[in-house]
Design a protein around this ligand. Structure first.
Ligand code: ATP
Length: 465
């Protein structure tokens, strides 16, 4: 089972401290969200998993953390200043403003029951292009409209990687093929943000640019498409909620030769199966566009295409003595969209002996914000309380552990199930005699008696499976 809709996750997130509406005490700010104590742990675990899998476990990828604000020329030569825009339409009837290609995700402000475009009254203007980059100015003396001080918040992390290609190549002494990975915030002034954390104006990306020989690009592209599907499943996302979408020639970005999107079933409640899916990540063959465009060398018909760059970002192959611009395969995923998919897929309901419905978040232990909760069966018994606190303290350096005595044991179990804690450890009267505790499994609700001296190793072993 997975969540029946995004709304279920919105309310769980708010109730239990995964995600809160941003600026809530001032009425909120359209589509901005703050990550609470559990949300930030989950997001960090996702990012760590990605980083470990790509940067640490392979030996052909380097990490990078580039600036959010770069020289404006970066966005001129990348093409973002002229082409990074979405088609925008206004509705004369409801006065709403929508992204033309995402009407199905837009709510008509006049009719709460219909999506924009579904009512007979909809009366759209001709589409116009709206650039998505957030503008800012740099420096204390700059006026708001000072063209010389104009800068942008990055709309993707990728360009920071391309402009550092030579730095990383020279300092790491890499040879092709190799990749550069980066995780960080990106900003897009989306026309139609919404669907909780699915589309926001500030979000986080996990992007990797893999540089290779042009002739190897199609094969490597396909390998990453396969690898990422496997990785998503290793994070607990079920195969039936994932599918691939091959972008058509018309949909491809100007720099891309082939792009495959990995889609997740974010909208299972929609009757039309085709409309249940939306993009979780994109995996593109960006050709050699980016390295070429940021290079000072003349390129097209001897005409210099970049008169501002001071570097040539081509690659010299020692073996063939040839100089060329490597091709780039880019797997680009959103942290927030992945977090939403993981929460939706982990969401399960189970009925207890009393016929009550309980929510269980069946997160993979690796991703769970809290790995173990230590609970005293009787909080008025000082010996039990102090033993439970001592156990929690002993576990803490090895795994994220919490102590909780703020309710009856049934309630405490339910709370931990709902936030995805894989194990609860209960300290009872007998623990004082037999030096053992009860370990309860989140998914099966089965209980096992374990010696306190063996607890840490036991839990470690179970968390790794
Ligand atoms: P969409 O078509 O949904 O607008 P995109 O194709 O423009 O997305 P990319 O430029 O390929 O997105 O960005 C890579 C990834 O970054 C996306 O697959 C998504 O996971 C994430 N992402 C992009 N825009 C947003 C956003 N506004 N909010 C949250 N995540 C985003």
């Amino acid at each position: 089972m997975s969540a029946p809709n995004i709304e279920t996750i919105v309310s769980l997130s708010k109730r239990r401290g995964f995600v809160f509406p941003a600026s809530e005490i001032y009425g909120g700010l359209g589509s901005s969200w703050d990550y609470g104590s559990l949300g930030v742990e989950l997001a960090n675990n996702i990012k760590n998993s990605w980083w470990r899998w790509l940067v640490h476990e392979r030996d052909d990828i380097e990490g990078l953390d580039s600036s959010i604000i770069q020289n404006r020329q970066v966005w001129k030569y990348s093409g973002h200043e002229t082409t990074f825009s979405d088609p925008l339409v206004d509705c004369r009837a409801c006065k709403g403003r929508f992204r033309l290609d995402k009407l199905q995700d837009s709510q008509c402000p006049k009719h709460s029951s219909v999506h924009a475009g579904e009512s007979d009254e909809c009366d759209f203007t001709e589409p116009k292009q709206f650039n998505l980059m957030f503008k800012t100015t740099v420096g204390a003396v700059s006026a708001d409209d000072d063209e010389n001080a104009l800068a942008y918040l990055r709309p993707e992390t990728a360009q920071g990687i391309f402009i550092n290609f030579k730095n990383v190549l020279d300092t790491s002494r890499r040879k092709l093929p190799f990749g550069i990975a980066q995780i960080g915030k990106s900003f897009r002034n989306e026309v139609t943000p919404g669907n909780f954390i699915f589309r926001t104006r500030e979000f986080e990306q996990m992007e990797m640019e893999y540089f290779c020989q042009p002739e190897d690009a199609p094969r490597i592209h396909q390998e990453f498409i396969d690898n990422f599907q496997e990785w998503f499943q290793s994070l607990g996302i079920s195969a039936e909620n994932l599918k691939l979408y091959e972008q058509t020639k018309e949909e491809l970005a100007h720099y891309a030769e082939r792009t495959v999107d990995v889609l997740y079933r974010y909208f299972p409640e929609r009757e039309d199966e085709d409309k249940q899916w939306d993009e979780l990540m994109g995996i593109a063959n960006r050709t050699n566009f980016d390295l070429r465009t940021h290079s000072k060398k003349p390129e097209i018909d001897g005409k210099r295409i970049n008169s501002d760059s001071t570097e040539d970002l081509s690659y010299f192959d020692e073996a063939t003595k040839e100089r060329f611009y490597p091709y780039v395969i880019e797997p680009a995923a959103g942290v927030n969209r992945l977090l939403l998919a993981i929460l939706m897929d982990a969401y399960t309901e189970k009925t207890n002996d009393k016929g009550e419905t309980r929510v269980i978040l069946k997160l993979k232990p690796e991703l769970a914000p809290i790995k173990v909760a230590v609970l005293p069966l009787a909080k008025n018994k000082p010996e039990i309380v102090s033993l439970a606190k001592q156990i929690k303290k002993d576990l803490q350096p090895a795994m994220r552990a919490v102590y909780d005595d703020t309710g009856g044991i049934g309630k405490l179990y339910a709370r931990q199930d709902e936030i995805g804690t894989p194990f609860c450890v209960t300290v009872d009267h007998e623990s004082l005699e037999d030096n053992a505790v009860t370990v309860r499994d989140r998914d099966t609700w089965e209980q096992e008696r374990i010696k306190i001296s063996e607890l840490k190793n036991y839990l470690r072993g179970r968390l790794e499976t």
